[in-house]
Design a protein around this ligand. Sequence first.
Ligand SMILES: Cc1cc2nc3c(=O)[nH]c(=O)nc-3n(C[C@H](O)[C@H](O)[C@H](O)COP(=O)(O)O)c2cc1C
Length: 324
Amino acid sequence: MKTRITELFGIEHPIIQGGMHYVGFAELAAAVSNAGGLGIITGLTQKTPAALANEIARCHDMTDKPFGVNLTFLPTVSTPDYPGYIQAIVDGGVKIVETAGNNPQQWMPLLHDAGIKVIHKCTSVRHSLKAQSIGCDAVSVDGFECGGHPGEDDVPNFILLPRAADELEIPFVASGGMADGRSLVAAMALGADGMNMGTRFIATQEAPVHENVKQAIVAASELDTRLIMRPLRNTERVLNNAAVERILEKEKELGDKITFQDIFEEVAGVYSRILVDGDMDAGAFSCGMVVGLINDVPTVKELIDGIMAEAKSIISDRLAGLRR
Ligand SMILES: Cc1cc2nc3c(=O)[nH]c(=O)nc-3n(C[C@H](O)[C@H](O)[C@H](O)COP(=O)(O)O)c2cc1C
């Protein structure tokens, strides 16, 4: 399938694996790229620029195909060494960066001068237009359904994607709630040039996370995610568990007076305990409503081939049949 996204990134299928903290290691990024999609290493999961350089080198050892690195600009306990991370990306010969969180404007000259294409993740039409105006090559439009940070506007993809299509000139992918061939065809029908998946890629053989996480995703339904940190204007969609229920209790009790310190234990530094050690109640971790559509743990290649086959059959059989 050829779209503006496959052309821009030199990939076979219009499917991107979004950056995911403690999931987007070289093993997953390489598997996605080898299967014809675009795999993405999560920059900040690597504790130093040197560690990121090493992860990029490991990924080059596992694939000859294009892959990217995610750089997230969100409130964190301490400010990461962004110039150092960008240098590691440039030196590592990576040609695609997925930015997310704050506006990446200050880093654009460094990235573009190194011949790097930038896809910025946005949760609104106004942020997408801003990304276009500062020279981003593409955007990833994340609807309210998405795992991670959906922003504060709460606009789901059935509205957000056609709105983005009406306004944007640069290519964009649909993100949030994407799982299968139906998602891909629907995303294209709504005006996107491809799709980005997060949660779906966690439940794959190659995702280097604890088996408990994959099984929790398979077991969960579309009713099992919650929004936390809304009073802090840092809303995150997470899989419900005992720690998330404690956070929601505190939010109810403290209202607008809540601070990050009040939920520190449930959100700070918990990703490795959950995703690496498999301690599923250790804290809150991002997860999309799309868990309700995930019932298996295929290889990445089986997943992507299945998506493409289903998409083609929907277009040429089901939809073409409606013309009769
Ligand atoms: C466990 C997990 C961790 C994530 N970490 C990040 C991150 O560090 N940076 C980022 O830009 N997006 C992050 N995301 C968001 C994904 O890249 C993607 O935009 C989102 O998962 C899409 O929604 P979906 O889960 O419904 O497919 C994360 C998502 C999940 C599920």
